[in-house]
Design a protein around this ligand. Sequence first.
Ligand SMILES: [Zn+2]
Length: 237
Amino acid sequence: MRTIAAGIKTFTADFFSLIYPQLCPACDGPVYRHEKSLCTACIHSLPRTGYHLQAGNPVSRLFYGRVPLEAAAAFLVFQKDGRVQQMIHQLKYKGNRGVGVESGALFGTDLKKSPLFADVSCVIPVPLHSSKLRKRGYNQAACFAEGIASSMQISCDTGSLIRRKATATQTRKNRFDRWQNVEEVFAIGESAHLENRHILLVDDVITTGATLEACAVKLLEIPGTRVSIAALAAASL
Ligand SMILES: [Zn+2]
């Protein structure tokens, strides 16, 4: 009976996917039952940066002289009007959490094999302000972080780094303004469990790096921490 029930369930799922086909968030092509969110063709042809294996890559150079990081990398190259832009749009504005989690899981598999990231023991996403979180219903960076943490088999901490202000982080001004901005926007809550750990700070897209810089500065206030950065995508820097 169980086999028949399972068969009916599979048949129903296939039937519904004929009427309401699930589409790949990157290329709009059909996604088959064995595929999670992205289609297999996209998984194999996404524009990966390979930065996780290069110590002095363009993303890590973006933070030189701003905040001392262990390493930094982005999974994909952000191209306007391309598949990566569509993925980010789905993740941020269309409620498609799955594309974030799956991209994170793919990147986590790469990071685990990289000597630069191998001893990371905790993933922390850039937090949204509580009002924005309520409005969107989820934190897109946390979806990506969750995926990374699952394939690196480490914890994902969404409670220790707090966003106190909803305003956007200002881009680079002078040193004092930047410092003041950092002091105002982000805060560290309960953090004893993060002491002496290598933390991977995660966001969706890197542009100026100002928000990630502000968060990294805060995390480095915790005794003994080392911080690295991982983003889903970076524009060609
Ligand atoms: Zn696709």
